[in-house]
Design a protein around this ligand. Structure first.
Ligand code: UGA
Length: 432
């Protein structure tokens, strides 16, 4: 049981909810995390975190022990005992790209029906602009107590989410009135981050545009990487040159097999959908998606150009997760690439430090290996699909001895081509 005076409820203990809840508890708040998945809640009560996220298990264990963090499947219990309620449930994409808000709607109704005093409802799930006003209408129908809605988008990156939560560039709060914005701003005070107070709709758009601009940088660099391949330019040097312009900045200019994960692809789809719905030109964002899909084919064509017909070829794959420091396989470029390589008749041996368990249910007919060296042994080429640090530190001479042919096709540009060629590899990256 929690200490007296708990006040935050987190509805939805998935990626965002769990990190948010654990971090608010770490900041000294009493937090009740809710999830409908009873198996997950039972594990969390014992301090077992179902996802790999650096530092999260320590936070969960510590705050469970100090009785600032509590897990339950009982949403009524959590709502009754809290003043501030974060909605962190999933908003998965529908066929047409529109996010499915069924869970948000269900939770809003449940909160409304049990609210016994003033509640501050925080929209944390990523949703299209004007969802908050839709939420207000649903709540209004069922609620008897006073309440406000605020929009407080999250900007956490998987793999560094705890660090990102504790050191945000800024906190965005879209609120209807001062009482609501002051209440939520108070929660973030200790972080000493700039707080941007906005209207509700602007906060919703900030979240979508933030991800869209980052995705745009990646697709831009990936197009230019293809031009570098056709000329004698080097994308790493080009990215450095433009990144030094403070107006552009060096981040999100790493060329490779493109973006994946549960955020960029789905949030771009949702943005495109809402633009079309409002009859605003969406072509820019459609191109970003298109380029991201095409870069995966570009990589496969590269593999074929080095190996010829892939039928019966043995390929070692290093990295499956959509990015390093996570076990998340959702929309990972590796999934599309490996499936296509398999269709072309290639035999895949793969290694990932954390994502293999999740990969096993998605990618079949693969030999999952215990080490990167095992993936290299007897393979006709080695493909790098995620830039884990362990791969950057790998014993390249050992890899060379183990491979059938010393070919490395690097989808994440983790090595310098000069060094690789000096070591006797046939090496190519994307634009380098
Ligand atoms: C992204 C945003 O960075 C977060 O701010 C946001 O909160 C989150 O989405 C979300 O909406 O929940 P995340 O998806 O965890 O975070 O990962 P990123 O680090 O942004 O990487 C996304 C993808 O872009 C990865 O597949 C990564 O490999 C790729 N990427 C990233 C590149 O290909 N090149 C780069 O230079 C950077």
């Amino acid at each position: 049981m929690l200490k007296m005076g708990e006040k935050i409820a987190i509805i939805g203990s998935g990626y965002v909810g769990l990190v948010t809840g654990a971090c608010f508890a770490e900041l000294g708040n009493n937090v009740i995390c809710v999830d409908s998945n009873s198996k997950k809640i039972e594990s969390l009560k014992r301090g077992i975190v179902p996802i790999y996220e650096p530092g999260l298990d320590t936070l969960v264990s510590r705050n469970l022990e100090e009785k600032r963090l509590y897990f339950t499947t009982d949403i009524k219990y959590a709502v009754k005992r809290s003043d501030i309620i974060f909605i962190c449930v999933g908003t998965p994409p529908k066929e047409n790209g529109e996010p499915d808000l069924t869970s948000v709607e269900k939770v809003a109704k449940e909160i409304a029906l049990v609210s016994n005093k003033y509640k501050l409802i925080v929209e944390k799930s990523t949703v299209p602009v004007q969802t908050a006003s839709w939420l207000r209408k649903i709540m209004d129908k069922y609620i008897r107590s006073d309440f406000d809605i605020v929009v407080n988008p999250e900007f956490l990156r998987e793999g560094s989410a705890v660090q990102d939560f504790m050191n945000p560039d800024r906190v965005v709060i879209g609120a209807e009135n001062e009482k609501a914005s002051t209440l939520i701003a108070e929660l973030y005070k200790q972080l000493n981050a700039p707080i941007l107070l906005t209207d509700i709709s602007s906060a919703e758009i900030i979240k979508h545009l933030n991800n869209a601009i980052l995705a745009q940088k990646i697709s831009t660099i990936n197009i230019i990487a293809q031009l570098c391949d056709k000329t004698d330019a080097d994308i790493e040097t080009v990215a450095k040159g433009v990144g030094l312009d403070k107006r552009i900045g060096p981040d999100f200019l790493k060329a490779g097999i493109g973006f994946g994960g549960f955020c960029f692809p789905k949030d771009l789809d949702a943005l495109i959908h809402i633009l079309r719905k409002n009859k605003v030109d969406s072509k820019l964002f459609e191109s970003i998606q298109e380029i991201n899909k095409n870069i995966r084919n570009y990589f496969i064509i590269k593999v074929e150009s080095y190996l010829g017909d892939l039928k019966g070829k043995k390929l070692g794959v290093l990295g499956l997760a959509f990015k390093p420091n996570t076990d998340d396989m959702r929309f990972a470029p590796s999934v599309y690439i490996i499936r296509d390589l398999q269709k072309k008749g290639a035999k895949i041996k793969a290694y990932d430090p954390k994502a293999m368990n999740n990969a096993k249910s998605i990618l079949k007919n693969i030999t999952y290996c215990k080490s990167p060296y095992e993936a290299a042994r007897g393979s006709d080429a080695l493909l790098i699909l995620t830039e884990w640090q362990v791969f950057k530190d790998i014993d390249l001479l050992k890899i060379k001895r183990l491979l059938n042919k010393p070919i490395i096709i690097d989808g994440r540009n983790i090595f310098k081509k000069e060094r690789m060629r000096r070591l006797g590899f046939t090496y190519t990256g994307i634009g380098t």
